[in-house]
Ligand binder design. Structure first.
Ligand code: DHE
Length: 516
């Protein structure tokens, strides 16, 4: 923001001046209108800068809000305000930004469609403009300066590095052919990028504060889970227009935030985890949705069930479940209890709980992975509040083992061709460690500490499983390429606070070693 725009909103500022026995002193609201509104929006919901609301600010890792106001933010347009405001004013402003908005503006089909921006420079191409293996393309999200690097998964050459909306969260989702990728930011922007053309296609704001996205199996629809407003948006992947916006209210009318949305390809449905009601929602997009259990009875309107776009089914659960993991058939969903203790298995076919899960210490099921173990399949999940990894038998739902780690972890990855599971230690003094676990013995065989003191987290494999890519999650960070067998570093790729990496093949084939 330049000094001209800094001064542009005096009218609004004056209306919120607080008089303290003499000279007028600007309260936080006035300071906001004077200094911040032109970039962050008069209603704090974002503009060229991100939304400044608790739902967004709470989730930002990095410097404290007051420090950002004082010193600005490197590699962004956020200037320093140390000379424009006193330290007390900055403290007050930072505190005010963390208070919830009085009113959430409408954000439905009309507003979403109006936010759509298509890239005028985008031109369709018939084939990739590069010669790499399209199935081994790997994306790295760089949260330090809000970019994504597009890498050749064989040579690790960066083919493109493009800007994303501010604060990308969750895994980008590829279309079934691996040509287009969709990326979501916490402020609800969804960006479509053409990997063949190495060009952004466009973007749209599908929510005001969003959680994640899911792609339909046929590649036609992209579902966006929103906290603000309490909705699920379904977009057409073709042109990013709205197909439907579902208001989310439980059976008794209680509104709910959507914690996350998942694709269930064999069921041709999206499955929703809800934060505020003990229900699981399933929204069908296929031609032949099952003919029972829908919230909306289309028969009363004289319609066939196939006439209803996106029919919805609400399943009541015995507990609030807000982080999911699915078995490979997508019949069973494992849900972590919102309280952070325990979980349940719900059978989506019969809509009933079939088992309890012994999962203390806030499991992060969304990061879970599976592999064959003896004559069964196990699922392993880290815990955000406990230095353990739980390994669960997916036939009996019993805990096979609890692996002690050097601290709570966030992400896990493996690959069909690798005998190891990689698990980070994201929190605490050992966040510079990465455990490598043998899939057969369930023992930690090696603990890597490639850059002492630096957070190392999140792993992705190349298509063939030969290399494991590890993020050094720091501003001046890097992606380390490990030989997945010898566990030696073979290449270092400098990057700005890299977070997740995503290999086209592993994602579109639903590799068991990766979260979906
Ligand atoms: Fe995430 C994935 C929820 C905090 C980075 N995170 C996910 C998914 C969910 C989720 C439901 C799966 C979505 C998907 O890929 O479709 N994350 C949550 C939370 O509830 C939590 C604990 C609190 C919150 O802030 O909302 C949380 N997540 C974080 C972070 O603080 C992380 C480390 C940094 C950041 O960018 O915000 C973070 N989450 C990630 C990443 C993925 C992710 C990189 C994708 C992992 C993958 O490999 O697919």
């Amino acid at each position: 923001m330049n000094s001209l725009t800094k001064k542009a909103t005096w009218g609004a500022a004056l209306s919120a001046l607080i008089l303290i026995g003499g000279p007028a002193v600007a309260g936080p609201e006035a300071l906001y209108q004077e200094n911040c509104a032109s970039c962050h929006g008069e209603n704090r919901l974002g503009g060229t800068g991100p939304a400044l609301i608790p739902e967004t600010l709470k989730r930002m890792r990095g410097p404290k809000v007051a420090n950002v106001i004082t010193e600005g933010r490197a590699a962004t347009q956020m200037p320093a305000f140390a000379e424009d405001m006193t330290a007390d004013q900055i403290t007050e402003l930072a505190a005010w930004l963390k208070t919830p908005l009085d009113e959430i503006p409408a954000w439905g089909e009309e507003q979403i469609n109006a936010s759509r921006e298509l890239n005028p420079d985008y031109v369709q191409v018939n084939a990739p403009v590069w010669s790499s293996d399209p199935m081994n393309i790997t994306l790295a999200v760089e949260t330090g300066d809000h970019h994504v690097s597009v890498m050749d998964g064989d040579t690790f050459e960066v083919l493109d590095r493009f800007p994303t909306p501010f604060a990308v969260h969750g895994g980008p989702k590829f279309d079934p052919k691996g040509r287009f990728v969709f990326i979501m930011s916490r402020d609800g922007w969804v960006q479509k990028y053409d990997i063949y053309a190495l060009k952004e296609v466009g973007r749209v704001r599908a929510g005001l504060n969003s959680r994640n996205i899911a792609m339909s199996a046929d590649g036609k629809w992209l579902a966006v889970a929103n906290y603000l407003p309490n909705t699920l948006t379904i977009l057409s992947t073709e042109d990013l227009t709205v197909a439907t916006v579902r208001e989310v209210k439980g059976k008794d009318g209680t509104p709910s935030r959507v914690s996350a949305v998942y694709q269930a390809p064999p069921r041709e449905s999206f499955v929703l985890a809800l934060k505020d009601v003990p229900e699981i929602w399933e929204i069908f997009y296929g031609k032949n949705p099952p003919q029972f259990g829908f919230a909306h009875d289309w028969r009363t309107e004289g319609l066939a069930h196939t006439d209803i776009p996106f029919p919805l089914r609400k399943i009541t659960t015995p507990d609030y479940l807000d982080d999911f993991f699915f078995d490979q058939t997508y019949e069973y969903v494992m849900g972590a209890s919102r309280s952070g203790e325990g979980g349940q298995v719900i059978d989506l076919v019969i809509g009933q709980k079939v088992a309890d899960l012994d999962l203390p210490g806030m499991p992060h099921l969304g990061s879970g992975i599976t592999w064959k173990y003896g004559d069964t399949t196990v699922m392993a999940t880290p815990h955000l509040k406990d230095g353990t990894i739980s390994v669960i038998d997916m036939k009996t739902w019993e805990t096979v083992k609890r692996i002690e780690t050097m601290g709570p972890g966030f992400f896990m990855r493996s690959h069909e061709n690798s005998r190891y599971v990689w698990a980070d230690v994201f929190f605490g003094p050992n966040r510079d460690k990465m455990h490598v676990i043998d899939k057969e013995t369930l023992e930690i065989v090696k603990t890597l500490a490639p850059v002492p003191g630096a957070t190392v987290a999140h792993v992705e494999f190349t298509k063939d499983g030969k290399y494991a890519l590890v993020s050094v999650w720091e501003d001046d960070g890097e992606v380390l390429v490990y030989d997945a067998e010898t566990l030696e570093i073979v290449k270092r790729l400098p990057m700005r606070k890299p977070s997740g990496k995503y290999n086209v093949w592993n994602k579109i084939t639903f590799s068991e070693g990766t979260s979906h």
